[in-house]
Design a binder for this molecule. Structure first.
Ligand code: SF4
Ligand code: SF4
Length: 408
């Protein structure tokens, strides 16, 4: 079972619209987990049919027995959260302010205060219109501990997937970088980062990716509303390239996303052109997961010959040959790139475009491509490893497998 977590760091990027579209495309094979428990909205698109509703308790809250209280005021004095106001002449606990620390109960001279588990919300299992199920939740107003509620939603989703033999848990992750996102990411097979080319979108993408990196989870990025700002889009693309994040797709700004949402539909049900982009993106993620599972890659080497023991060509743009090794089928093919020698300019980008046609995941070379070629490669999601210029292809492959080649 695979767990795909969609997060954004920033609200308003289209994360839920895209997650819901993936859910529709996945159909009955996908359990949906709405982990955005503070502001859940997947239900607007999934039309849940409620099957199970459970109270969720987390943390503690103090309670004062007024029959025992002598009104000495000691509890109010020690409460650092100002959670014990006097209401109608009685010392009363404000459950929204109480952190359940228990200090008041310790100082109460007549044992009038007890702590009990706090009901902070509910979690649900519902049938959805894809023919599958969704696990979702609702947090009480002002309630905290949403990280634990997210953990409950995720464990409920996994249990459902295992019980009914589903292959995918699709998680609409929590926003921000706090405890709920940490819970959302825990155990993920792949993370989809949804961003937009705005200053705040880019800033939040970088912040949330710092968190993803700590979990060592492979990530891909969808840049939504990609035509909003070309300069920031360029910065995002450079960042993705530096961090080895796969650029899954760029989606242009289109009000059809909002139109679809307000009509209770996902974009794949509303607009053929945008739907096709989302379909292609989902296929890309499936392919990455398949290769990840098989740990098999298609690897391209820049070489001076066409044999497994040929010398590597340290150049990228003007490499004499490519040798393409498919680990999945254990097959080799080669491409003669020597015609590029007659090109006075733009050899790098032209070579990069050619190379993109092979659908490889890894490029192994010597010095690495220049800026323009790297930009072309970045759009393909190919990871680049450098430092193999003085090796044979065989040695370069072994060095790559041993983790001895550096990322470009
Ligand atoms: S449990 Fe802690 S936070 Fe709650 S009322 Fe008592 S002292 Fe204040
Ligand atoms: S410390 Fe106990 S007795 Fe004193 S005001 Fe608080 S609850 Fe009442």
């Amino acid at each position: 079972m695979k767990e795909i977590v969609v997060i954004s760091g920033k609200g308003g990027t289209g994360k839920t619209s895209i997650t819901a579209a993936f859910a529709i495309l996945g159909g009955s094979d996908v359990i949906v987990a709405d982990c955005d428990v503070d502001a859940a909205d997947m239900h607007l698109l999934m039309e849940p049919d409620l099957k199970i509703s459970e109270d969720f308790y987390s943390g503690e809250v103090a309670y004062i027995d007024q029959d025992l209280c002598t009104q000495c005021g000691k509890c109010q004095e020690v409460c650092r959260f100002d959670a014990i106001p006097i209401i109608d002449g009685e010392y009363t606990v404000d459950s929204l302010g109480c952190e359940g620390c228990g200090y008041c109960a310790r100082v109460c001279p007549v044992a009038a205060i007890t702590n009990s588990s706090q009901n902070v919300g509910k979690w649900f299992i519902s049938g959805i219109r894809t023919g599958s199920s969704m696990v979702h939740a609702s947090l009480n107003i002002g309630a905290e501990n949403s990280g634990k509620l997210v953990a409950q939603v995720k464990s409920g989703s996994r249990a459902l997937a295992e019980r009914f033999g589903k292959n995918v848990v699709l998680v609409d992750g929590s926003p921000g970088i706090g405890c709920p996102v940490v819970s959302s990411l825990s155990g993920a097979s792949f993370v989809v980062l949804v961003t937009e080319p705005t200053v705040s979108g880019f800033h939040d993408l970088k912040r949330v990716y710092e968190l993803v990196k700590k979990f060592r989870i492979r990530a891909g990025c969808i840049v939504n509303k990609a035509d909003l700002n070309a300069e920031v889009l360029g910065d995002i693309n450079s960042f993705l390239s530096e961090e080895g994040i796969v650029l899954l797709t760029e989606i242009p700004y289109d009000e059809k996303f909002t139109e679809a949402m307000t009509n209770g539909k996902t974009i794949v049900e509303w607009d053929d052109k945008l739907g096709e982009i989302v379909r292609g993106t989902r296929e890309r993620i499936r392919e990455i997961l398949r290769l990840q599972q098989e740990k098999r890659m298609k690897i391209i080497f820049t070489t001076k010959g066409t044999e497994w023991d040929s010398a590597m060509d340290p150049r990228f743009g003007r490499t004499e040959f490519f040798l393409i090794y498919d680990e999945g089928t254990d097959s080799v093919e080669t491409y003669d790139n020597r015609a590029i020698e007659s090109e006075a300019h733009g050899a790098g980008p032209k070579t990069a475009q050619k190379l993109a046609e092979y659908g490889a995941e890894i490029l192994i070379t010597g010095n690495g491509p220049g800026g323009n070629a790297a930009a072309v490669l970045q759009t393909t999601g190919i990871e680049i490893r450098v430092g193999a210029g003085d090796m044979t292809v065989r040695e370069a492959y072994e060095a790559y497998k041993a983790g001895k080649l550096n990322k470009a």
